[in-house]
Design a protein around this ligand. Structure first.
Ligand code: ZN
Length: 64
């Protein structure tokens, strides 16, 4: 699986892209997917919300 919009780690002068480690959905907000990103250079980790447009479109198709 690829995530094309991975953010850059802010701890480097050169742009180092964070790598997606895992994803999970928040129990309180099951429609929001959160991804854990890790920098391959320094191991810095960030949790970032991810787009759920794919799931939303699928739900829209199912509801139609
Ligand atoms: Zn880094």
């Amino acid at each position: 699986m690829t995530y094309e919009e991975a953010p850059a780690c802010d701890r480097h002068d050169s742009q180092v892209r964070l790598q997606l480690r895992t994803m999970h959905s928040d129990a309180a907000r099951p429609d929001v997917l959160v991804g854990l990103f890790e920098c391959p250079e320094c191991g810095h980790e960030r949790w970032l919300p991810m787009k759920t447009s794919y799931e939303e479109s699928e739900a829209a198709i199912s509801a139609a």
